[in-house]
Write a protein that binds this ligand. Structure first.
Ligand SMILES: Nc1ncnc2c1ncn2[C@@H]1O[C@H](COP(=O)(O)OP(=O)(O)O)[C@@H](O)[C@H]1O
Ligand SMILES: [Mg+2]
Length: 357
């Protein structure tokens, strides 16, 4: 029952039923943001884990926080889900304030924690029923909702099996199902696929995409996987507790402002001269190809063919990745950032051990 106890401790008592509180703002066009964050700040001792971040998430949007370990992603989620009080700033989630209207926020959100919180000794269905009771899901609604949700995550035929026998992917799917059971308006997913193999990760994403269509909810998720951020409508790149960039994945990559184009030509020197003269492009030779950067490679290549007069044998255009985006804003790759966090932790552990001996 340890998992259940920690789950209870974290989710707290059953929230009060959602009622209009009078402090809700009316938005005549119904376009109230699902999440509004203004200068939200969290300080732990002398560490500023989240530093004055501001952003809004539109209703129905899938919004991602992308950043290395220790960037402040889980801390932000904990504040938005009312589990941690902010040190400064304010936030509204699903129309309610995370400090002054905690019950309303809790009843309107679903949360999948970074660390597993299922009870291994209970069956899939028992885990869900336990959650339904916490949230006061009416019995008349619960039966059909259980069927629907278990179907959605393809666990209907395993509903009476104990979780202990489930694979990592099945457990994650069950946790997502649990987060959705009480029909929240906003679903928070903290690192939904961390620790899973690539195939299972892809599978989880299929479920997230399908539930988003079926439930029409707002999804706020965190990840440190670049490729996963591509599933989001918009992402905020977070580093050392600060949002360093926020936009759609495509727009962020476009901001890097450079696709890498490589052309194979008979006479590379002549090609480099022509590129400089005609387009003002400084090219270089890389692995036998003439390589250069342009803002929009796919549009530039046809222009190059029609106007340069060069005999081009082959072309390669590489779009910037989100890693290039992270690099542009932070001066290092996410992988480097993670490695330095690990070094940092190792150094900390070594200091602690040294003190003990
Ligand atoms: N309860 C806490 N007390 C002290 N420091 C914390 C606590 N929770 C998180 N931190 C620190 O805050 C920073 C951000 O952590 P976290 O939000 O978990 O990052 P992420 O989820 O992006 O990996 C880290 O340096 C972490 O060690
Ligand atoms: Mg985290």
């Amino acid at each position: 029952m340890a998992a259940v106890r920690s789950y209870l401790r974290r989710t707290g008592p059953a929230p009060a039923p959602a009622r209009p509180t009078g402090t809700e703002r009316s938005h005549p066009n119904g376009a109230e943001p699902a999440i509004e964050v203004e200068r939200l700040h969290k300080r732990f001792g002398d560490l500023d884990a989240v530093r004055d971040i501001s952003f809004q998430v539109r209703s129905g949007e899938t919004f991602g926080f992308l950043g290395p370990n220790g960037a402040g992603k889980s801390t932000t989620i904990s504040m938005l889900c009312t589990l941690l009080p902010p040190t400064g700033g304010r936030a509204r989630v699903a129309g309610a304030d995370v400090v002054t209207e905690r019950g309303a926020v809790r009843s309107r959100i679903g949360l999948v924690f970074q660390d597993p919180t299922l009870d291994e000794y209970l069956t899939a269905e028992e885990n869900l029923r336990f959650h339904a009771e916490l949230y006061g899901v009416p019995p008349a609604v619960l039966g059909p909702r259980l069927d629907q949700i278990l179907d959605m995550v393809e666990l209907a035929d395993r509903r009476h099996d104990v979780v202990q026998n489930f694979s990592g992917g099945m457990r994650r799917r069950l946790e997502i199902a649990r987060g959705l059971l009480h029909s929240p308006r906003v679903l928070f997913l903290d690192e939904p696929t961390v620790g899973l193999d690539p195939q299972t990760r892809a599978h989880i994403w299929t479920y997230i995409e399908s539930l988003r269509r079926a439930e029409q909810i707002t999804i706020f998720l965190t990840t440190h996987y670049m490729d996963e951020a591509e599933h989001c409508d918009r992402i905020a790149i977070i580093d050392h507790g600060e949002i360093v960039a926020l936009d759609s994945p495509d727009a962020l990559k476009a901001e890097v402002g450079a696709d890498r184009v490589e052309i194979a030509v008979l006479d590379p020197d002549a090609a480099m001269g022509a590129l400089k003269e005609r387009f003002g492009i400084e090219a270089s030779i890389s692995e036998g190809m003439v390589a250069f950067y342009v803002a929009n490679g796919e549009e530039f290549v046809p222009l190059l063919f029609t106007t340069s007069g060069l005999a081009i044998h082959s072309v390669r255009v590489a779009r910037p990745t989100l890693d290039d985006v992270f690099m542009t804003y932070t001066g290092r790759t996410i992988r480097d950032a993670e490695a330095s966090t690990v070094d940092h932790l190792r150094a900390g552990a070594a200091r602690m051990l040294a003190r003990r001996h």
